[in-house]
Design a protein around this ligand. Structure first.
Ligand SMILES: Nc1ncnc2c1ncn2[C@@H]1O[C@H](COP(=O)(O)OP(=O)(O)OP(=O)(O)O)[C@@H](O)[C@H]1O
Ligand SMILES: [Mg+2]
Length: 246
């Protein structure tokens, strides 16, 4: 018996929707880049000196453009995931360095939100064969949530260890936590928790959808433990792949 009837197929409407999303997102990319660079030229002062007020408003505009750029990027990723077209560029990757770099990249935001991030890799962590950019995106999304969905002072602890043939990552926070009811939904596309929306009205609900797809396509798995009001810990593992002999 042929197996093809068991193949999971998405509905035609579904395909059209993610195709339209991806076309629109593509079309937005270059105008956004144009707006961004124009704003940067004006802000640099090379067209004339700016008052403090003018600088302030330009900074706001630039921040908003940056937000749109990352939304467009997430929409494109989500559409690629729907169309099973997320491409990975696999290379031997040092996860310890990747995580350190990610933490460095969010340092300004961490300071602004009064979060402290500590990283505790345990023992020797071998190189893993993954798409470093994509895994960094996944790690960034998890840390981003830990910093944003906090109550008071964010204490974030990131761990990394090798267990058997797996590298296990965890990110523990002491934030708002996730209710049992919402726990089933947080990896769904566009889903945002009620408390999360209250705390931070802007957000797309794409972060964990994309993160899960990246981890699973890399041969890993993502999960979490959380109690409402009592923090969350997000975990993923990635397989340690032995180098193939030629
Ligand atoms: N560390 C966390 N603490 C509490 N709630 C969390 C945490 N991480 C995720 N959540 C919940 O899961 C939901 C989905 O997270 P996800 O990152 O996908 O979207 P988002 O953060 O709302 O928006 P964005 O796409 O901009 O990241 C959040 O809205 C929030 O309710
Ligand atoms: Mg998020």
């Amino acid at each position: 018996m042929p197996h093809h009837q068991h193949k999971k197929r998405s509905t035609p409407e579904h395909d059209i929707r993610s195709e339209v999303t991806s076309i629109i997102a593509h079309q937005l990319k270059s105008p956004l880049a144009g707006i961004k660079s124009s704003l940067e030229v004006i802000l640099s002062g090379q067209l004339g000196a700016l008052t403090k007020n003018q600088q302030e408003y330009l900074h706001i505009a630039l921040d908003e453009v940056d937000r749109m750029v990352s939304l467009v990027k997430d929409l494109l990723d989500a559409a690629r995931i729907d169309q099973k077209e997320l491409k990975l560029n696999i290379q031997p990757t040092d996860l310890v360095k990747l995580i350190k770099d990610t933490i460095d990249n969010v340092a300004t935001f961490a300071r602004a939100t009064n979060a402290s991030i500590s990283f505790m890799p345990e023992g020797e962590i071998p190189l893993v064969s993954v798409d470093a950019t994509k895994i960094q995106q996944a790690v960034n999304n998890i840390i981003d949530n830990a910093m944003r969905y906090e109550q008071g002072r964010g204490e974030i602890i990131i761990r990394l260890k090798k267990v058997g043939q797996k590298i296990i990552f965890s990110c523990q926070d002491n934030g708002i936590g996730i209710s049992k009811e919402e726990q089933k939904k947080i990896f769904s596309k566009f889903y945002r928790g009620r408390k999360a929306i209250e705390l931070l009205p802007t957000g797309s609900g794409l972060g964990l959808f994309i993160t899960k797809a990246i981890i699973e396509q890399s041969g890993g798995k993502i999960w979490f433990e959380s109690n409402l009001g009592d923090g969350s810990t997000f975990y993923f593992f990635l397989p340690v792949q032995l180098k193939k002999q030629k």
